[in-house]
Design a protein around this ligand. Structure first.
Ligand SMILES: [Fe+2]
Ligand SMILES: [Fe+2]
Length: 251
């Protein structure tokens, strides 16, 4: 098997439609829609849930690749990544159920492979920093907001299901912090590169001003301060993320 696997080689049934994220955004803007689905109504929530579903699928594949790609990593690292594959596969099932609950179906919206392409760092420390702390930190933001919105619109099925998934993502971020520390112990240069990689992921997933520090109803993706603290992010790291979202808005 080649490593990292090319993004267009991920195995999919025919019902999945794959497109570049930037092409999806351009088409949406052409149709008068926001480039990234907000959570303003059930149609937008369905679009978002479909996006999360394919993200979970890629998260499962990414964790599986990490099990495979680093045979010399500590056994407990491999075990944590294998556990994550299992968690992500349950998340896929949960979001398949939620998509059905919302009257949607697989392939109703395109799949972008942007998460997968960010999950292919060559160094294990960079991978856990970028995926487990960057991308799963983003998952904490998105899921925390979705729980809040579901509660507000009175949909306990979405509210509780997503809350269960959020609990897992918090543990995935914690795993990332643990392995970032352990893999880079005594190697500050490797640690610096891994954190830099995470910051490029954070920056990219601010999505040109989509992720912002604001009220859940007011911004497309809100930063989940409390969930991030539970996941082990320091106040300083959260403040740095908030600052980076203010920078991205300038573009
Ligand atoms: Fe997940
Ligand atoms: Fe996860």
């Amino acid at each position: 098997m080649d490593r990292p696997i090319a993004y267009d080689k991920l195995a999919r049934e025919d019902r999945f439609i794959r497109m570049r994220a930037r092409d999806i955004a351009a088409l949406k803007v052409e149709q008068g829609l926001p480039p990234f689905p907000d959570l303003a109504d059930r149609d937008a929530i369905r679009d978002r849930v479909h996006g999360i579903l394919v993200g979970e699928l890629q998260a499962m594949e990414g964790a599986g690749r990490t099990v495979y790609d680093f045979p010399d990593a500590p056994w407990e690292f491999t075990l944590d990544m294998a556990r994550q594959v299992w968690d992500e596969s349950r998340h896929v099932e949960t979001y398949l159920g939620l998509l059905e609950h919302l009257g949607g179906y697989v392939g109703e919206f395109p799949e972008s492979t942007i998460l997968w392409r960010c999950a292919c760092a060559e160094d294990a420390a960079a991978r856990v920093a970028g995926v487990n702390r960057g991308l799963e930190g983003l998952a904490c933001d998105v899921f925390n907001q979705l729980v809040h919105i579901a509660r507000k619109i009175g949909d306990p099925i979405i509210e509780r299901s997503v809350d269960y998934v959020l609990a897992d993502e918090i543990t995935h971020v914690r795993m990332g912090s643990r392995w970032l520390n352990e893999l880079t112990r005594g190697d500050p240069e490797r640690r610096r590169r891994a954190i830099e990689f995470q910051e490029t992921i954070d920056e990219r997933f601010n999505l040109n001003g989509t992720r912002l520090d604001g009220a859940h109803e007011a911004v497309p993706i809100s930063i989940a301060h409390e969930a991030r603290k539970l996941a082990g992010f320091t106040d300083e790291e959260i403040a740095r993320l908030v600052k980076s979202t203010q920078r991205s808005q300038v573009y």
